[in-house]
Design a protein around this ligand. Sequence first.
Ligand SMILES: [Zn+2]
Length: 106
Amino acid sequence: MKPGTRDLVMERMQILVRNAIENARKNPTIAERQAALAKRLSTKYRIRMPYELRMNYCKKCKKFIVPGFTSRIRVGRSNVRSIRITCQFCNHTYRKIIKKPPRQSL
Ligand SMILES: [Zn+2]
């Protein structure tokens, strides 16, 4: 891999996923294609997607899920801050522990 390729691919993946989320409601077909493309880039270049991108793919059925649309995100209220993501396709729920308390961005 050429130096810089990693950054380039990472950027492309981020753009693709961001666009896919934007398109999900209006144009699910395009969204699906962009999401699949991002995943293919990750596999092809063996670059692991950062968590904020990976959380848009269900761990179980591998579908592209959009927060607030095809997935539900809930913040746990216990001492351990965690978010729960529920996939609306297969109903699989997974948790992510947040070490630092999240800001109001969610
Ligand atoms: Zn699923």
